[in-house]
Design a protein around this ligand. Structure first.
Ligand SMILES: [Zn+2]
Ligand SMILES: [Zn+2]
Length: 396
């Protein structure tokens, strides 16, 4: 049997162990930094199949599971956080399932391929950037390649080469005012809801004065409680995005000015705190991208068909700045609902979705095997990693 056939039959054989775990993640969604039961399920699965698990990976809901001790080290990134209220509307149950399935299949060939397989449990992708502390803890040091796959609606082009994701920063703005009786002494109040209104208006006006591909969004987390008290406390959670880090930083400066306008107009105080750290734009590795497309073609999929994904951000971007990385997409057939919608959450748990998860696992395992089986490719990946390391240290 060829390596491809071995991996494909391993994926098929292991699917009955992995799919129930992915289904359980979907049925019991946990949000960023709260993914305790999800981690228990994934760690249990990996440990049962002989992986050595380190749960002290720098964050309470992160983990690193290792199989083999070969000279080429590959990381499969597993995400498993859900969104508040709408659950697995980003399909991270499929990301975790595909990553675990590919890792388990590759683990059977560690000697033949001289591999160390790392299944890296990456929490808090939706909010806070859980991969960033993992990078800083050295989890990706000496890793030759990192890969994960993300589900998307139907019609998206699958060839990841030349695509990216947007830099994003998330932050919390808090206004503090002065409470007062809304009828007896409104002139003594300093109204934080008014500060929010001014800021929202300024942000809405700003949207037409920035490039069309910039994104800024705000959600009022809390503002006052009852109409007969002038509110003295308000919190907004914001994020802004652009295709380069420089553009993102310039946008952030302008967004903060809109927030300051609210404080200035209402005589309230403003504090702005970051939520985690900014995500870098994604650098898709060309060599891995080519191997991924070859794998898809061999599985009967056309990587060139469809339209590019319009936007979005991922902390895999930060990983891609230290390790050659690939973050491709897999389409859920017939699904038109947007990511981050209740409809997509439903679509991420159908039989067809788990079929896609299995195909994605095979394609990832094949991509990794094709990269590591060829010494020239391993050398090219190491040269690229060195280049990334030089760039990231010179930036500090
Ligand atoms: Zn998402
Ligand atoms: Zn996602």
């Amino acid at each position: 049997m060829t390596v491809r056939e071995d991996l494909r039959s391993a994926v098929d054989r292991l699917r009955p162990a992995v799919e129930p775990v992915a289904r359980a993640l979907h049925a019991d969604p946990e949000t960023a930094e709260e993914e305790h039961r999800s981690v228990d399920r994934l760690v249990g699965l990996l440990a049962t199949h002989g992986f050595e698990v380190d749960r002290a990976a720098g964050e309470p809901t992160a983990f690193v599971a290792r199989a083999g001790s070969g000279g080429t080290r590959v990381a499969l990134c597993l995400e498993y956080d859900a969104l508040p209220e709408i659950g697995h509307a980003c399909g991270h149950n499929l990301i975790a399932g595909a990553g675990a399935l590919a890792a388990l299949a590759l683990a059977e060939l560690t000697e033949e391929l001289d591999l160390t397989v790392l299944a890296v449990g990456c929490p808090a992708e939706e909010r806070g950037g859980g991969k960033i502390p993992l990078i800083e803890a050295g989890v990706f040091a000496d890793v030759d390649l990192a890969i994960m796959v993300h589900p998307v609606p139907d019609g998206i082009r699958l060839d990841p080469r030349g695509t990216s994701s947007q830099a994003i920063g998330q932050f919390l703005a808090t206004y503090t005012g002065r409470a007062a009786h809304a009828a007896a002494a409104p002139h003594l109040g300093r109204n934080t809801t008014d500060a929010v209104v001014v800021a929202e208006v300024a942000l809405a006006l700003l949207r037409q004065q920035v490039p069309a591909d910039h994104r800024l969004s705000a959600n009022v987390v809390r503002s006052g409680s009852v109409p007969n008290v002038i509110p003295d406390h308000a919190t907004i959670e914001l994020e802004c995005r652009a295709w380069t880090t420089e553009e993102y930083e310039a946008l952030r400066t302008r967004v903060v000015r809109c927030l300051e306008a609210g404080a200035l107009a209402t005589d309230c105080e403003l504090t702005v705190e970051p939520v985690g750290r900014p995500y870098h734009p994604l650098l898709q590795d060309d060599l891995l991208g080519a191997l991924w497309c070859e794998a898809l073609t061999a599985l009967g999929l056309d990587p060139a068909a469809g339209v590019p994904l319009a936007g979005g951000s991922t902390d895999m971007g930060n990983v891609s700045h230290v390790v050659p990385a690939l973050h491709p997409w897999v389409r859920l057939p017939g699904v038109t609902e947007s990511l981050h919608s209740a409809g997509f959450a439903v679509a991420a748990a159908t039989d067809a979705a788990y079929e896609v998860m299995t195909t994605a696992a095979t394609a990832m395992a094949w991509t990794v095997a094709a990269a590591v089986a060829d010494p020239d490719r391993v050398s090219a990946l190491r040269a690229r990693r060195h280049e990334l390391y030089e760039t990231s240290t010179s930036r500090r």
